[in-house]
Design a protein around this ligand. Structure first.
Ligand SMILES: [Zn+2]
Length: 87
């Protein structure tokens, strides 16, 4: 494959830039305050390692996963409304 690699690289660079941009934006939002020692939703203790890994953490892993799932489900349903009508 002598052709195409440069194009692929350019696309990957763009993807990398977009992803790191989003990560930086997310991190900035997370750093608004100190992390909680106990989950905001269920009051379970949040491990110190998680608080270190996620600055400004407010939810335990279980609640975070639930919230993420609900959020992506909401986005998916909005985008996929045409598809679901076809089913
Ligand atoms: Zn929780």
């Amino acid at each position: 494959m002598a052709t195409g690699w440069a194009g692929d690289g350019a696309v990957q660079d763009q993807i990398d830039a977009t992803v790191s941009d989003a990560v930086q934006r997310a991190r900035r939002q997370l750093k608004k305050g100190p992390g909680l020692t106990h989950c905001e939703a269920c009051d379970a203790p949040i491990p110190a390692a998680r608080r270190k890994a996620v600055p400004g953490v407010r939810l335990c892993v279980a609640c975070q996963e639930t919230q993420d799932a609900e959020r992506s489900a909401a986005i998916y349903n909005r985008r996929g409304s045409k598809d679901s009508q076809l089913r």
